[in-house]
Design a protein around this ligand. Structure first.
Ligand code: ZN
Length: 50
């Protein structure tokens, strides 16, 4: 299933066997965020804690 990243707008293929796919499938309006942006958000959050 192809999902569009909510943050950078890049289209990313999400394999159907992944937990991510199961999560997206179960949500009515899934806000998909690609791995690159997830890492970026996580790093930003860590920086905020300092
Ligand atoms: Zn992204």
């Amino acid at each position: 299933m192809e999902m569009k990243c909510h943050v950078c707008g890049r289209s990313v293929e999400v394999p159907t066997w992944t937990e991510e796919y199961e999560r997206l499938k179960s949500e009515n309006d899934p806000a998909y965020i690609c791995n690159v942006c997830q890492d970026k958000i996580r790093m930003d959050a860590q920086n905020d804690q300092r």
